[in-house]
Ligand binder design. Structure first.
Ligand SMILES: Cc1cc2nc3c(=O)[nH]c(=O)nc-3n(C[C@H](O)[C@H](O)[C@H](O)COP(=O)(O)O)c2cc1C
Length: 192
């Protein structure tokens, strides 16, 4: 029997209070419902230092245990969701750092970009898409943009209800995740 595709969610924001993680948890539920196994890759928990390898990632040579562990986690995936906020019209430094650690592990990996922000994170998504295309990931569709509304936040700028926020983008998210899970199942990058 074929195993379920392993679909990662890379949580690009690392702030102690953030929208990213609850949104990622909702996306994990959609991946599971679409027939994949959701693999949470929360950059706040993984806590990669700023790239500290002597040789460039394309060399495949890694000296640091955290680099080896990160490479193994990505290599074990059949597909991946990049979840990014919009920070000053770009995507977070922690996410770029995590991407820059690797090369071969990314190539041909089916991927979807999901972004959020006041304009749906469009600027971050555009930048991230350009970088992922350059590296050679197998980007699926246009991705999903999730725009905030003022009522999403309380007076302290904390998101009131992440589920309701995600629910507004439920259909495009469900469609993008379903396509990613399907392509990931076909990709079978790792042993079945
Ligand atoms: C450093 C920083 C820069 C931001 N710049 C933008 C921006 O350019 N456009 C935007 O729509 N929101 C911007 N915001 C607001 C974020 O979209 C909002 O805080 C969101 O919750 C950030 O995602 P996170 O909570 O997962 O970190 C910025 C927030 C931070 C912390």
């Amino acid at each position: 029997m074929s195993r379920r595709p392993q679909v990662g969610i890379i949580v690009g924001s690392t702030r102690p209070v953030r929208v990213g993680r609850p949104v990622a948890d909702e996306i994990a539920t959609l991946i599971e419902a679409a027939g994949g196994d959701a693999v949470m890759l929360d950059l706040a928990e993984i806590a990669l230092p700023l790239l500290d390898e002597a040789l460039p990632p394309a060399s495949g040579v890694r000296s640091q245990p955290h680099s080896v562990a990160w490479a193994e986690r990505i290599d074990a995936l059949d597909g991946v969701v990049f979840l990014t906020p919009d920070y000053n019209s770009g995507y977070p430094a922690a996410l770029k750092n995590a991407i820059d650690y690797l090369k071969a592990e990314w190539v041909d990996l089916p991927a979807v970009v999901v972004s959020y922000g006041w304009s749906g994170g469009a600027s971050a998504a555009a930048q991230l898409t350009a970088v992922l295309s350059y590296i050679g990931l197998d980007l699926q569709g246009e991705g999903v943009r999730m725009p905030f509304q003022p009522t999403d936040f309380d007076d302290a700028m904390r998101m009131v209800d992440a589920s309701a926020f995600v629910a507004r983008s439920a259909e495009p998210l469900r469609a993008a995740v379903a396509q990613l899970v399907e392509v990931s199942a076909q990709a079978e990058r790792t042993a079945a």
